[in-house]
Design a protein around this ligand. Structure first.
Ligand code: NAD
Ligand code: MG
Length: 335
């Protein structure tokens, strides 16, 4: 019965397609399982399917925390493409994990939008961080490099103090650093690994936010990077997915607390994004070539594709958005 309905609906839609094709000369339309294609001569229009490398990706492994510069293909963080429009003029941002991946894309975009930017990263990532510092300076903005381990409570406090003193204030806080280790069974998760995941992805946000709050003026914006894993956790990311659900709760609770102070708190929920996190233990080696293949866009996303979301959430123009989670997952996942 259900099948018949589908068939007759398909035929009806085919009929509509034929009519549209007759009325509008160039596009050809056939619906339900067939293809829709329209010719366009607008060079400003980019097909998201063809914009970036597609699976299969080469197998590769780096020791944690990994370097973007050693990845194949090298991720796009918007180095050549991001164009600013003065949306964050004079703003002061601290971004954790700002050396690579999603944090680097945000750092480049923020600087090109007119913000001074401090980045935190692990000392082993100095090579990636240096490139980001150079890009921020090229944009004509102040760059502050603050390496250190955010699983250390005392460091988190110092990190914020140094960011505030060197930037001359703080009005954007991006809690983006994260640790992800794939384990096929709960039995394989060591106490140390579990602890590193919780400390990096939950405790650090608490420590950093608590230290930053006294410095954040009304109009300031806090952004946390959560994940589709918060909503539909994979079996191999048992501990990581719990931390990403915690990040959603962080946004939902803190936004209520800080709304009356005029401080907005939002989250970004990426799907599969091509970053070092995934090639230094975040994914099983066997899964890496097909990373992102199961999304409707049939590929992994690139960090550059999330930059405009981080800009939007920090921008004054998004003044009524707080407690929200913005997704970028190639059509898969939640929210
Ligand atoms: P990435 O490896 O480029 O960035 C993660 C960063 O976290 C590292 O660069 C590192 O500087 C930082 N970090 C990790 N442990 C740290 C520690 N102890 N002290 C200080 N810094 C530390 O990878 P990414 O994918 O851009 O990750 C950024 C965020 O995006 C993470 O929160 C991650 O959970 C989230 N995310 C990523 C994906 C994805 O598919 N890549 C999907 C959903 C969510
Ligand atoms: Mg890195």
């Amino acid at each position: 019965m259900k099948k018949e309905n589908n068939v007759s609906r398909r035929n009806a839609l085919k009929g509509i397609g034929a009519t549209v094709a007759t009325l509008v000369a160039s596009p050809s339309l056939t619906a339900m399982g067939s293809s829709y294609s329209a010719n366009t001569s607008n060079p400003g229009l980019k097909n998201p399917l063809d914009k970036y490398p597609k699976p299969p990706y080469p197998k590769q492994q780096q020791p944690h925390p990994g370097l973007a510069s050693q990845m194949d293909p090298i991720p796009d963080h918007g180095e050549k493409s991001y164009k600013g429009n003065g949306r964050l003029q004079g703003r002061k941002a601290l971004i954790t994990g700002g050396d690579s991946g999603i944090g680097r894309a945000a750092a480049i975009a923020y600087a090109r939008e007119g913000a001074d930017v401090a980045i935190n990263y692990l000392p082993a990532e100095e090579e990636d961080a240096k490139q980001v510092v150079a890009l921020i300076k090229e944009a004509g903005r102040k760059a502050v490099a603050l390496p250190g381990d955010i699983t250390d409570a005392a460091f988190c406090k110092t990190l914020v103090e140094n960011a505030v003193s060197q930037l001359g204030g703080l009005d954007i806080l991006v809690n983006n650093a994260g640790y992800q280790k794939s384990n096929l069974s709960i039995m394989d998760i060591s106490d140390d690994s579990f602890d590193a995941t919780m400390k990096t992805n939950i405790y650090a946000l608490f420590w950093i936010t608590r230290a930053a709050l006294p410095h954040l003026p009304p109009g300031a914006s806090i952004i946390a990077t959560t994940s589709v894993q918060a909503y539909d956790p994979s079996e191999n990311l048992f501990d990581y997915s719990q931390t990403k659900a915690a990040n959603v709760a962080y946004v939902k609770s803190l936004s209520k607390q800080l709304g009356p102070k005029g401080i907005r708190v939002n989250g970004v929920s990426p799907g599969p994004i091509w970053t070092p996190l995934q090639v230094c233990g975040g994914q099983e080696q066997e899964s890496l070539p097909e990373f992102g293949a199961d999304t409707p866009l049939a590929r992994a996303g690139q960090p550059a594709e999330l930059a405009s979301i981080f800009v939007q959430l920090a921008d004054n123009s998004a003044s009524y958005s707080t407690g929200q989670i913005y997704g970028a997952a190639g059509g898969g996942g939640q929210p």
